[in-house]
Write a protein that binds this ligand. Structure first.
Ligand code: PBG
Length: 332
């Protein structure tokens, strides 16, 4: 026998002891479900996101009741806008009778326990498919206009907050939008409405299935002049400082599972709560691999979500939210 007074395996010898020393918890209350809605009255399967649905408003209301029963208390709304309503000025984003405000009214009426987060950015409404307004120059180059976009984002945030949104979530990555949205909401006595800032949103290849779901891919160019370079982490801390100073209530890192270092660094850098967005590509990677039969989907999902929490995320946006909640509820 080896002379080994220190044996870490003693702390793993039984399920009870493993529970005692478990450092990271995950439960449905930590999960936020991103949901897609459309103008139609049918609920459509989304081919780029197997298992996800483009809901009609009544369909989403029914789904929301099931979510609350599962312990999912917050959803994030993403509208699929018909091409006929997409314009270069994205004006449909401000329609008080648009898809998002109507969904909020219906949900607040039928499922008052649900917290509603809305996405603020122009891409679902913009015929150019960018998160901001696009200026095309005579020399063939283009620019995503920052300050003009921020003005519209403030009105979009107001439109959502007026309809009853609890949390406004700007995903556009324009400079100065958190402070501007905060000031706009406060000037309308909407000081109770929270802001979850997409603080470190990377120009990631993993958004493909989401853009498929909304048919919102950029018509030209890419998003690299506003979303962050995946190579950078100090820049994420700079964004975090700004969002904190501008009055954000929650900071977000996106994507999640291949940016755990960014989540951990941000956790140590600010005192604000941190969200991580397990994005469409991360979802699809697990779904597709599980479909091969060689990956246990449940174990992989729970391990992934636990790791995101271990890195320092308080809450996780994930398309797996309802399924993970079912699995987590089974374990209790
Ligand atoms: C756009 C937006 C995107 C996502 C959330 N909001 C896509 C993009 O920036 O192109 C991606 C979410 C996902 O992939 O799950 N404002």
């Amino acid at each position: 026998m080896m002379h080994l007074p220190i044996r870490p395996r003693r702390n793993r010898k039984s399920a009870n002891i493993r529970e005692l020393i478990c450092e990271t918890s995950i439960s449905p209350k930590h999960l936020i479900y991103p949901v897609f809605i459309h103008e139609g009255d049918d609920n459509q399967p989304i081919s780029s996101l197997p298992g996800c649905t483009r809901w009609s408003i009544p369909g989403l209301v029914e789904e929301a009741k099931r979510l609350v029963d599962l312990g999912i208390r917050t959803i994030d709304l993403f509208p699929a806008i018909p091409d006929s309503k997409k314009t270069p000025d994205a004006i449909e984003a401000l329609n008080p009778e648009g898809l998002v405000p109507r969904a909020i009214y219906a949900l607040k009426d039928a499922v008052p326990d649900l917290t509603i987060m809305t996405d603020v950015a122009l891409d679902p409404y913009n015929s150019d498919g960018h998160d901001g307004l696009v200026e095309f120059r005579a020399d063939g180059t283009m620019e995503i206009l920052n300050d003009d976009t921020v003005e519209i984002l403030c009105q979009q945030a107001l439109c959502h907050a007026d309809a009853g949104a609890d949390i406004i979530s700007p995903s556009d990555m324009m400079d100065g939008r958190v402070a501007a949205i905060r000031a706009t909401l406060d000037s309308e006595a909407l000081d109770d409405v929270s802001i979850m800032a997409y603080t470190a949103k990377y120009a990631s290849a993993l958004y493909g299935p989401f853009r498929g779901a909304l048919e919102s891919a950029p018509k030209s160019g890419d998003k690299k002049t506003y979303q962050m370079d995946p190579a950078n982490i100090r820049e994420a801390m700079r964004e975090a400082q700004l969002d904190e100073a501008e009055g954000a209530d929650i900071l977000m890192v996106k994507p999640a599972s291949i940016y755990l270092d960014v989540i951990a660094a941000m956790r140590n850098h600010v005192t604000l709560p941190i969200a991580a967005y397990h994005v469409s590509g991360e979802y699809l990677m697990i779904k597709s691999a599980a479909a091969s039969g060689w990956l246990n989907e449940k174990a992989t999902v729970l391990e992934t979500l636990t790791s995101i929490r271990r890195a320092g995320a308080d809450m996780i946006l994930t398309y797996y939210a309802p399924q993970a909640a079912e699995w987590l509820n089974e374990l209790r």
